[in-house]
Design a binder for this molecule. Sequence first.
Ligand code: F6P
Length: 325
Amino acid sequence: MAKINRIGVLTSGGDAPGMNAAIRAVTRTAIYNNIEVYGINRGYEGMIEGDFVKLQSKDVSGIIQKGGTILKTARSARFRTPEGRQEAYENLTKFELDGIVVIGGDGSFTGASILSQEFGIPVVGIPGTIDNDLYGTDYTIGYDTCLNTVVDAVDKIRDTASSHNRIFFVEVMGRDAGFVALEGGIATGAEVIMIPEVKNQMVELRQFLSERAKSNRSSIIVVAEGDDEGSAIEIAARVQPEFPQFDIRVTILGHIQRGGSPSCYDRVSASRLGVAAVEALLDDQKSIMVGIVHGQVVHVPLSKTVKTHKGVPKNLLDVAHVLAI
Ligand code: F6P
């Protein structure tokens, strides 16, 4: 067992529902093991500015059900520079932190991995992003809640789409990955799902619209924001003149996908991973992400999770394909 007296915890990058549940689990597991905990506000920006606050068990009570992050978050340009990281490290030394837990996505883990390489400070990552695009874990914290928000929104759009016999293009988040679009699309019975992982989908879209023109029925086309063919607005504008018989509308779901009370799944995963992260530090781990694969907690080197691409599962693509007839 490593001698750990004091750790820091931060959230970084885009917020995700369930981050608070992870902060709570990290804090309480540390206190359970007689370790002091400091919350680092606004991610790496707060690390550079020394914006640290001691967390007691009561500070994390009543937050498991809350979206967002009580520690705030940021995307830090300064932390990408050696000078910024040096300042951050000096604050970690000043506060005598023996390890850091970083809750975030791939950008946050790239920073975490460099920090541990440059200064030898133990860092454990907890995957928290609605995009689900981190290698080494089946699901990231926030993804399940995000999907439920997408399902709720698209179901509502379906009501009005079918009432008017309209074609709706619905754009969902996911940066350059198609997980949200693929699972959200399957769950809402989308007629077409456009994601960056599948190429030349305009052909499929045009075929579909030609078929639909015969029946004049409504349809939902879910578009991942990172799709190669462009945004939902651009794709809709391209096909509207080719299919003037359709009354096309576009909805961009946007940041509502990042908010809201975390689902049961996200709360439980965040709690498990928060416990596992502190246990990993006690176990002398230096630079890993804790993830969940096939229901079990796993450790993955941070360097591997940031360098390896996580593809969308082939079996889900097959499901979407079969059900799109
Ligand atoms: O990484 C999470 C995410 O919500 C992506 O899906 C999206 O592309 C991006 O963050 C938006 O970032 P911001 O809120 O900084 O505009």
